[in-house]
Design a protein around this ligand. Structure first.
Ligand code: CA
Length: 481
């Protein structure tokens, strides 16, 4: 790729846009459960995403961009720590429980926003957290100056109703910096508006904004006019999902427009990706899908096939990265942390323990080397996967429990198992995965479902055996205003 600094330096001198601190602003936008094929820039024809497409055209599209886990919480733990989350036992979704000081991301882990904060960045997170709801895990305690959103794994898009069971917090109040907060209208748009406000309050210091949409994660709720726009889509799930993606895309347009209006777009690095692939229905789980498409990949959310972990992924920084580029070597969400910390600290090597690479030098040079020799995945104790730089993938993810080997450049849909034809390569890859796994620890958390079962049982066990329901009337709690 062409090296564009001289032109930009000339331009900034010509227009007098040099500020004392010329480190870039960084905006990290994450979708939730968005399918690979559900943006125009990844091939969607029935969903309109003009703002995402423009973002891709303004920077680089990673055609082999991965996340570290096939579902929400652990993927975000890898993203924000810049380390495989298995290093610190965050391998399942935490339950929403603000009273539990153990149910969240290891307090000893330094998240990269903390590193940016220490380097003088103003830091904000807007939207979904999902790394623990008690004080040790709270975003304001983990490197964010500003937080507006919700601490659990999702939220109703239209309402707060404290009369409903707490469960995973979907109808609980939002919060702003530790205080209860509300939203008007549709949640995705409210989060986008808050992101615009954060950008508009920028000053001389560079900022980092993590805009973590819960769209298009379930529940499948969208504004009526957006659903009407997609009335030609017959499948109701797909229609609602399309409306959710469409509204998120409009919000991303508002964010980019705010950067433009502030005159800071050129020196802002914007990342976009999904936290995992779109969930798909199956015979075993007929209601699991959200209407997404991961085409041409096999599987979806929860799988270690590419449908679960290979996501739409963009980096755009007009001042430094060529526009309209395509980068096809495998990259992973861990690289975002490494890139951000390198830019904020002006150091070429990542902080100790971080496992990603700084992507910017790779994008600025015609470097054919792959940034990673191997990428690794582990889920649920028995499922694992490894990808080498030739994009040969060794995976144990089938119900039958048989290892599989796929050569992705010629078999992107993972249909032809070559494990019997290439036994020595399979053995070598498995050995590499085992070596990587040596530095992992066991999952520290129960799954949220198991946790709720155990907690409910604890309270049930505490009820005297001779107790009756007579006289039991829980106090109604009013709707939050
Ligand atoms: Ca997700």
């Amino acid at each position: 790729m062409r090296f564009m600094i001289p032109l930009l330096v000339a331009l900034s001198i010509a227009f007098g846009h040099c500020r004392a601190d010329d480190r870039p602003n960084i905006v990290l936008i994450m979708a939730d459960d968005m399918g690979y094929a559900d943006a125009g820039f990844t091939g969607a024809t029935d969903i309109q995403t003009p703002n995402l497409d423009a973002l891709a055209a303004s920077g680089v599209t990673f055609t082999n961009g991965y996340v570290t886990h096939p579902y929400c919480g652990p993927s975000r733990a890898g993203l924000l720590s810049g380390r495989y989350q298995h290093r610190f036992g965050f391998e399942t979704n935490p339950a929403y429980d603000p009273s539990n000081p153990y149910m969240g991301i290891d307090p000893n882990e330094t998240l990269f926003p903390k590193r940016l904060q220490q380097a003088g960045y103003r830091t904000g997170v807007i939207g979904k957290w999902h790394l623990g709801a008690a004080a040790p895990f709270h975003p304001n305690n983990r490197g964010f100056d500003y937080f507006y959103g919700f601490l659990g794994g999702g939220h109703d898009y239209f309402k707060i109703d404290l009369r409903e069971p707490v469960k995973e917090g979907y109808t609980q109040a939002l919060e702003r910096n530790g205080k209860p907060a509300i939203f008007d209208g549709y949640l995705t748009t409210a989060l986008s508006n808050d992101a615009v406000n954060f950008i508009q309050s920028s000053n001389e210091e560079p900022f980092f904004l993590y805009l973590a949409f819960n769209a298009p994660h379930s529940p499948l709720q969208a504004p009526a006019d957006a659903i009407a726009k997609y009335s030609h889509i017959k499948d109701e799930k797909r229609r609602r999902y399309a409306a959710m993606v469409d509204t998120m895309d409009a919000g991303i347009g508002m964010v980019i427009n705010a950067l433009d209006t502030q005159g800071i777009r050129d020196n802002t690095l914007v990342f976009f990706l999904s936290d995992n692939g779109g969930p798909q229905s199956s015979k075993q789980q007929p209601t699991k899908g959200n209407g997404s498409s991961n085409s041409p990949f096999r599987g979806g959310k929860g799988n270690l096939y590419d449908g679960g972990i290979h996501v739409p992924f963009i980096a755009s920084w007009p001042a430094q990265i060529e526009q309209g580029g395509v980068y096809d070597r495998p990259v992973i969400s861990l690289d975002i942390a490494a890139t951000a910390v390198a830019l904020a600290s002006s150091k070429s090597s990542p902080a100790k323990g971080m496992e990603g690479v700084n992507l910017i030098p790779l994008l600025q040079q015609s470097n054919e080397n792959s940034p990673h020799d191997f990428l690794y995945w582990r889920e649920g104790g028995t499922r694992w996967s490894i990808l080498n730089s030739d994009r040969t993938k060794h995976v144990l993810d089938s119900a039958a429990g048989k290892p599989e080997l796929f050569h992705l450049p010629s078999d992107v849909s993972e249909q032809v198992n070559r494990v019997n034809d290439e036994q020595s390569l399979a053995k070598e890859l498995h050995a590499k995965w085992l070596a990587w796994n040596q530095s992992n620890v066991a999952s520290r958390l129960d799954s949220y479902k198991k946790y709720h079962q155990k907690r409910d049982q604890f309270f049930l066990d505490s009820i005297p055996k001779d107790a009756t329901d007579e006289g039991y009337s829980p106090t109604p709690i009013p709707t939050f205003k």
